[in-house]
Design a protein around this ligand. Sequence first.
Ligand code: MV4
Length: 504
Amino acid sequence: MFNKVLIANRGEIAVRILRACRELGMQVVAVYSEADRQALHVRYADEAYLLGPAPSRESYLLGDKIIEIAKKSGAGGIHPGYGFLAERADFAQSCFDNKLAFIGPKPSAIAAMGDKRAARSTVSSAGVPVVPGTEGEGDLRDDELLAIAPSIGFPLLIKASAGGGGKGMREARSLAEMPELIHSARREAEASFGNGNVYLEKVIEGARHIEIQILGDHFNNVIFLGERECSIQRRHQKLLEESPSPFIGDDDELRQKMGDVAVRAAQSVGYTNAGTIEFLIDKDRNFYFLEMNTRLQVEHPLTEFVTGIDIVKEQIRIARGRQLRYTQDNIHMNGWAIECRINAEDPYNDFLPSTGKISHILQPTGPGVRIDTGVYPGFEISTYYDSLISKLIVWGETRAEAILRMRRALEEYKIIGIRTNIPFHQNLMDSHRFMGGQYDTRFVEERFSMDNGEGNRENQPEIAAIFATLVAHREYQLASNIVQRGIRDTSNWKWLSRWERMQR
Ligand code: MV4
């Protein structure tokens, strides 16, 4: 049993995990790179250790160094957050070898789900529906892939086994174009993951991306905590998520069916701790397993809002060997939650990353609003890490209330010094298709534009200059009123004496 946790991460998620540790009365050890000396997770921690220079490879990815720091500082558990070391089976194994609790699943479960091709066969054998393709076939050569392709049908997707997130993915519309696409998918996968294996899947068109949150303990209990809808994304980067899914809505039968399947998928690899099963769901409500993420996810606060369960605290309890405090019957979804990822990027300029110093921030607060962030005024946004600077999450009794609340919160949110995608989210909140819940994974790229409304960027410096002039003019007028106090004072005296005469 441990009472000190090392957080092997940075940014908003390091702060999020730190808060859970604090509330559980646990000590916190932070690690940081040279770029993060002033970061919030470092300031709030009980102890903090420098890992090395800013690039991840020389800091947050140094598993051995992190384990060494954990042992030196007396931490008994390591929380990896998401990204960096979170889904490295070898790192999880090396934690166990050093008698440290890895706050996540067993190395074997990470490995089983890490190879997407192998994961498909594993869950498929357990009765989980997968997209028709090359499941149960092992790693295939080009000629074998070409031989199977016609029986799957076109269009089909060539996906990297070690992939995820769309890297090494190619769409083929005919057998003729396949050899070249297989070649380029293999090359990209080899470069990105050091593994050129690929597999095939039929394309599910107009699909939505819905994921199920699960929790498992070391006593064979696995439960699901409802779903999150993640179809609003751009180039495989999620921008907004919500829970419940407007597509599933009040179809509790479908929700239960997907939940049961997700639990079965998790059980097929002896899953423990928090994890997420990703599904594609088509217009006819057929759903298919895509992959499993064996980590805490960025969008976990949505589930926390609608179920009332603190997922990070639950992760720590599970890692400390406790039994789940909930059975499936205890889990109820209440209300609606929406999360906007606030990124340091310019939505008017092809979402180009924006860097610089945040000079001022005004954050929305009030009923039903949560912000998870690792930045503060004076913080410098660099290009070393991802562009997520904060997550704005709102809860409402209904989806309509959540949307109105998100609009209100986005209006209150002011970040000065860098560009952010807040205007994108504001446009999205006003989009009729979004309001109607009618969107799929192609929505942002194919049907959504920043041009409607305030797209005309060219005028903005002029508008700012006119406003600045008006403000200066008004301040000058107010200042001159004070200088001219004498005049008003005289009239005030006159007014007062009249008033006094009236009282006689
Ligand atoms: C698909 C698909 C359609 N059919 N597979 C993209 C990332 C990777 N995790 C899986 N992806 C997809 N796989 C089949 N058989 C469409 C996508 C996809 C997608 C999935 C989830 C969220 C956004 C997406 C955007 C484009 C394509």
